[in-house]
Each structure stands twice: as C-alpha cells, then as structure tokens.
Design a protein around this ligand. Structure first.
Ligand code: ZN
Length: 318
C-alpha cells in the first residue's frame, strides 16, 4: 500500500535532449497523466523549463519535484552540468539554482541517457532485471549502468559513456576530441557518412536506391533495408558489428543480466539487433554472453521524460 505522501504527489520529467522540449507529469507508479511539447530555444532553456513547469503546476497542485534530462555530462553531487555540446548556455548558468528559484520545486538534473536507462529499467524493456546496461544509438551514442537496482553514475556522474570507447585506434576524430570512438562509426550521422563514402567508392553499390537520394538519413537507409536493398542491409549489418563489439566489451566487464538498446538507429529492429547479437556472441567471453539478454528498448521517446520524472520521484521520496 502506498503512503499518503506518495499517493498525493506527482512529478514532472523534462527532456532537453532533442530539438523539442518534452515534458511529462507522472503519478508515483509512473503513469503519465499529462504531457507537453514545445520547440526548444537554445538560448532561453531556463525560462522555457520554468514556464512549462509553472504552467503544468497551475493544472496540478500535487507536483512535488522536477527531473530534467540534459544532453551532456551532469554531476549530481554538486548539481552542475559540466559539459553540454548541445546546450553550452546551461553549463555557464547555474541551471539547478535558477530553476529551483523560478519554480519553488525540488529539481533533479540527470544525463539524458541515464534518465532513459532508468525509465526502461523501471517500466520498459529492463523490467525484472537488477543489473542492466542501457545504450542509446541515435545522433550520438550514450549509455548507462543500472547496478543492483540503482542507477550507477560513477564517481563524478559520467559512467556509461559507451559511445566513447575506442573501436578503431586509427579512426576519425570524435565529438569528445579523441579519435576512433564507437560513435565515429555507429551513430546515425556516421552511418550516413560511411554509406556515402561506400556508395562513392564502390560501383556495384550504385545500384542502391540511396544513391539517387543525395541527402539520405539513417532512417532512409533503414527503410531501404526493410525493402530488401542489399547495400542498405549490408550497411546495417556492418554497423551492428561495431555496436556488438562495444556491447561485448561492456558485458565482459560487468557480467550483466540484460542489455537494452534504444535510440533512433534501433528503429531498424531485427535488421540491426540480430547482427549486434551475432557480433556480441562472436566477441564476448562465452559465459558472459550466455548470462546476458540483449533486447530492444520498449518505451521509445517517452523513456527520457519518464526516467527523469522517476528519478525526481525517488529523490523526493527518500
Ligand atoms: Zn569520443
């Protein structure tokens, strides 16, 4: 039975990771009771978040805390955004204090992949596990560790940065400033880059319908793969090998029960999931592989606001 304080309280989760700000109000059990979307103004994020929060609050006086998912590195011990390539302004501002001042509510900041991981762990494809790794493969590659039922963020909040493990010591420069990271070959923009380079180089690939569309995206490539385009299928398969190599490293290190894979690139479904699992099987220590279920995420875009709200709930109720 839930306590009176639990049943009488709701929580907001806000996702700042995309071009649209997505907000959700949840009951303590994670049920979404209200949601909002608005285009993000990169220079006025604090005001926007305060405005959304206060407007949600005017319709629901039970709101007790707000969780904000940030595209960047967040140190929750000092409530600071340390690095954010997408939102440099929020590194300069004291987002946490300003939002508390503007809303009068308890505010929890968290990295976006960590928030999504917590959402999937509590209510999505991670349910029922105790030790889980979440990986999101989209515009970038992020990850998060659930260790013994808790989000494990490392000594300063940055654990799980699987997109920046080295996959090719001779590789391209990464967004982190180093070279050859997993992200430089397997993120959506890099899948497109590799496909372009190959279409340019390889005459037989010019049979691909993608060559006719100069500005194709990773989604277009996935669609062509579903239409049995051999080139697109091969590109997804090769991308799966890179991601599988990263996942094999993770499970060798952590001996996890479950790996949940989310993000836009995973919308290709089995066409990418199967090559990933095959590569993990080929590369991981066999007992670690056998102990681990590798599955697709199930909450889609709701994972981030939901996870952020659940983290705010946990912080407020403990
Ligand atoms: Zn990197």
């Amino acid at each position: 039975m839930s306590s009176p304080s639990q049943s009488g309280t709701t929580f907001i989760g806000i996702d700042l990771s995309g071009s649209t700000i997505r907000a959700a109000v949840i009951e303590p059990d994670g049920r979404i009771v209200e949601s909002r979307e608005t285009p993000k103004d990169e220079t006025g994020v604090v005001e926007q978040v305060a405005h959304i929060t206060n407007s949600l609050r005017s319709g629901d006086r039970r709101i007790a805390a707000v969780g904000i998912a940030i595209p960047g590195l967040v140190n929750r011990q000092i409530d600071k955004v340390v690095v954010s390539r997408d939102l440099p302004d929020i590194v300069r501002t004291d987002l946490h204090s300003e939002l508390m001042r503007a809303t009068g509510l308890r505010v929890e900041l968290e990295n976006d992949a960590n928030a999504a991981a917590y959402g999937e762990y509590q209510l999505g494809a991670g349910r029922g596990s105790r030790n889980m790794f979440y990986m999101t493969i989209g515009e970038g590659i992020g990850g998060a560790v659930i260790f013994d039922g808790k989000l494990w963020t490392g000594v300063s909040g940055f654990a799980g940065e699987v997109g920046h493990i080295t996959i090719d010591t001779e590789g391209l420069e990464s967004t982190c400033g180093k070279t050859g990271c997993l992200e430089t070959v397997a993120s959506a923009p890099n899948i497109v880059r590799r496909a372009r380079e190959r279409l340019y180089r390889d005459n037989t690939s010019s049979l691909s319908r993608l060559a006719l569309n100069r500005d194709f995206t990773a989604d277009d490539l996935a669609r062509e793969a579903r239409n049995d385009d051999d080139f697109s299928l091969m590109m997804l398969e090769r991308t799966g090998k890179f991601i599988g190599t990263g996942v094999a490293t993770v499970i060798n290190l952590l001996n996890l029960e479950r790996v949940v894979l989310g993000g836009g690139v995973m919308d290709a479904g089995d066409l990418i999931l199967k090559p990933i699992i095959a590569e993990v099987k080929r590369r991981a220590f066999q007992p670690c592989f056998e102990a681990t279920q590798i599955v697709a995420a199930s909450l889609g875009a709701d994972a981030i606001p939901l996870g952020a709200a659940l983290l705010a709930r946990d912080a407020a109720l403990t």
